[in-house]
Design a binder for this molecule. Structure first.
Ligand code: GLN
Length: 458
């Protein structure tokens, strides 16, 4: 398997999904596993599964760059808890995957390594920020890839690439060893071809961790073995305000309603729900994540690790020049925005207000999800953008395209994107997104599995 993927990675280099391939090391681990199998040793849950990891996940003695000049030449001293659990279960890491710098972006064009191309059409973006992770799976360069999702970075590229992306409940997976963007939103997630792969990797990573106090100790069931069971619940909700959104491609809207009809005929109850906070999702998300980012990224001073400017004689000049030269444009925009909303005089008007609205968004979302099993919507308003099109034109336009994905992170609930729709002009995919109650990944994955089996049958 490793040889197969190495050949494919080489052949598909122009997609720019991998920023580093651990060829020798992956082959050596594969040989060791082969020998163990020959010796009759028992197989583990992930024996031989070939993984790619987003460049924001720490792997001991390997480079960790967050796709930023700021971390060029930085080598991690330890391994992220989530990754360690996968390694212990027999997984093989084949390489490090491209992403937007510090996971900020929706197109994977803000990367020191250059843009990732969508394998279905190389004039299109892969999505972001986990674009390399999505394309590595889409183009069959590994079995499963790890991504991180602060406001959609796993689900949005999955939608653009026609694969499955899952973000668990906030706190389900330890963030120890995940480069911090906005700590009250960040969660590790999976990109995969199917639900079964996602389930087995997720359940292996989940669970409490002494290194992360926000990692939940809620019990983790073996949901990968229970996928075909249909206990998943039949009460589906959708929000007309979301579907009426002007940015949503009208064919996708139509396809969404057709899907609801089909599900209704199969015995699901469909309910319209009201979500008055809808217009506040994107502004609230961007105020709060920028604020958290400005604080988290304060650690990159040029002194402790990472890039240090050669210009400057005083401490202040070294800080300033290292940060000016080391961070890219989008990251600087977020730091400035975050510093602004946290500054005296604006704190109450922006940061505090956004915290209050987040509370309402979370409450209303959880209310909907306690009265219904699932909330459904398209993952993205349309299929993949053209390369070079969006961020240069208007960052605000790019932020607005996150309209459907940020809710799950603001509310901390689990969400999955599965391939379901397509843009009728260029045939490129768009995902269906499903949200469910906190810690209900088992039923969420069962429902996702059902939908994927169903679409195969049609
Ligand atoms: N596009 C969103 C942002 O730029 C989401 C990023 C993410 O989930 N890491 O903030």
């Amino acid at each position: 398997m490793v040889q197969h993927f190495l050949q494919r990675i080489e052949k598909n280099k122009d997609l720019n999904a991998f920023v580093e391939v651990f060829a020798n090391e992956a082959l050596a681990k594969a040989q060791k596993i082969d020998a163990e199998i020959d010796a009759g040793m028992p197989l583990q849950a992930l024996t031989g599964m070939v993984l790619g990891i987003k460049d924001v996940i720490a792997y001991q003695q390997h480079r960790l760059g967050a796709a930023s000049k700021m971390l060029e030449n930085f080598t991690s001293l330890y391994t992220a808890t989530a990754l360690q659990r996968l390694l212990d279960a027999g997984a093989i890491v084949i390489g490090r995957l491209n992403c937007d710098e510090f996971a900020m972006g929706s197109t994977n064009e803000h990367s020191v390594y250059g843009a990732v191309k969508n394998a279905l059409d190389n004039t299109k973006v892969a999505g972001g920020s986990s674009g390399g992770s999505a394309v590595a799976v889409q183009a069959n360069l590994c079995h499963v890839a790890l991504g991180s999702d602060t406001g959609g970075s796993v689900r949005q590229p999955a939608s653009f690439c026609g694969i499955v992306g899952c973000k668990p409940t906030y706190g389900r997976i330890s963030r120890h060893g995940l480069v911090a963007y906005a700590s009250s939103f960040d969660q590790i997630g999976t990109l995969s071809h199917n639900i079964r792969d996602a389930a087995v990797v997720l359940e292996t990573m989940m669970g409490s961790d002494d290194f992360d106090a926000t990692a939940s100790s809620q019990e983790v069931s073996n949901f990968s073995t229970k996928l075909p069971q249909q206990n998943s619940g039949k009460r589906l909700a959708y929000c007309p305000q979301m579907l009426e959104n002007k940015g949503l491609n009208k064919n996708i809207r139509q396809q969404f309603y057709t899907l609801l009809d089909t599900l209704e005929k199969q015995g699901f109850a469909i309910k319209k729900v009201n979500f008055p906070e809808f217009d506040y999702l994107v502004p609230t998300y961007y105020v709060l994540t920028a604020a958290e980012a400005s604080s988290n990224l304060g650690r990159y001073t040029g002194l402790l690790y990472g890039y240090r400017s050669k210009n400057g004689d005083t401490l202040d000049e070294i800080y300033r020049n290292s940060r000016s030269e080391g961070f890219g444009k989008e990251v600087k925009r977020r730091i400035l925005l975050g510093t602004f909303v946290l500054s005296a005089g604006y704190y109450d008007a922006y940061f505090n207000k956004a915290q209050q609205i987040r509370q309402r968004i979370a409450q209303r979302t959880q209310e909907i999800l306690s009265e219904n099993d699932f909330l459904l919507m398209p993952t993205t308003p349309d299929a993949a953008f053209n390369l070079g099109e969006l961020p240069s034109q208007s960052p605000v336009e790019m932020y607005l395209a996150d309209i459907f994905t940020v809710q799950a992170n603001l509310a901390g609930v689990p969400a999955i994107s599965i391939p379901a729709f397509h843009n009728e002009e260029n045939k490129l995919p768009v995902g269906l997104q499903v949200l469910s109650e906190p810690f209900s990944e088992e039923k969420l994955l069962q429902f996702g599995h059902f939908l994927m089996e169903e679409s195969r049958r049609v």
